[in-house]
Design a protein around this ligand. Sequence first.
Ligand code: PHB
Length: 387
Amino acid sequence: MKRRNTLAALLASALLAVAGGAQAQAKLKVGLMLPFTGTFAALGTAIDNGFKLYVKEQGGKLGGREIEYFVVDDESDPAKATDNVNKLINRDKVDVIVGTVHSGVAMAMAKAARDSNTMLIVPNAGADAVTGPMCAQNIFRSSFSNWQSSYAMGQVMAKRGHKRAVSITWKYAAGDEMAAAFKEGFEKGGGQVLKQLNLPFPNVEFQALLTDIAATKPDSVFAFFAGGGAVKFVKDYAAAGLNKTIPLYGPGFLTDGTLEAQGDAAQGIYTTLHYADSLNTPRDDAFRLAYVKAYKLQPDVYAVQGYDAGQVLSIGLNAVKGDLSKRAEFAAAVEKAKIDSPRGAFTLSKAHNPVQDIYLRKVEGKQNKAVEVAIKALADPARGCKM
Ligand code: PHB
């Protein structure tokens, strides 16, 4: 009897070992939830490219596991966000989700990730809540918070001597948060925001608002638009002749990945962002060369954020040898890592948002040229995060 028990135990442990081995070999299911249509389509594509470039550079494996992709086009539509993210979680049973661009969609994703304890890496959307009240051990961001990108510009515009500004953006989480952060930075520097203008996302009928700006006569304008909307806004602003009298500023999304299409209308615009086209560091040069070679396209901030989402995942997975169930060890490894980004090395805050240098950039030709570091190692205040 005793012998039979021992045999059974031996057999069971042998089976377990085989099962464990097989599990270590299983592909890592990565859900990419990004916009591939609509005004942010180019941003989604750049993130997808960047992420896949990093994976390719690692020989197609992260943490020893091959990657299998599951892709959803979220259309930057918050109304479809919960259904879309649940396709990845419940139908495809992905191990990790990378996404997205739009703050409203990202908040629905963060809720679903929290509720199901699915790993989520946000490669763009700046929604302050994601690394604020919704912060969690299984949620990371490789991009920025909306506060970070626009607080810095408020400070810069005040330092440049502007006193009376108007802000203009889309009416949704990212627009609201960037306008508020800009106001905070600008007023702290002694400026005053005369008006906060907006229009529904993703509308591009700017004419009435441009007329309002001309009538209000501010000494500067702060604008957040991105992708196709940014192209149209910058061109319309110039076509109305406003760029001759009222300098236009914004977070760098206004001119990143858009300069080909904006052409002359964008020349001379100053923006703040955690990336620029002329960093000339060996790390960034190597990244840019590899990206151009792979995609025959110039990289932009979105490509960098996608690439760095790959790095964050890789750092965590290596620490747990591919076993994503070890959430605490995964998070601890990422929290103490220095991430070797093309933008310059950065760390993640306790709330899992990048602590990073914000560059002041100026559009010259087809480039967002770095002028200086506007704020060094800027950390999001992570208001409301209890972690
Ligand atoms: C956002 O919705 O958070 C967002 C979208 C596009 C950007 C930046 C932020 O370029």
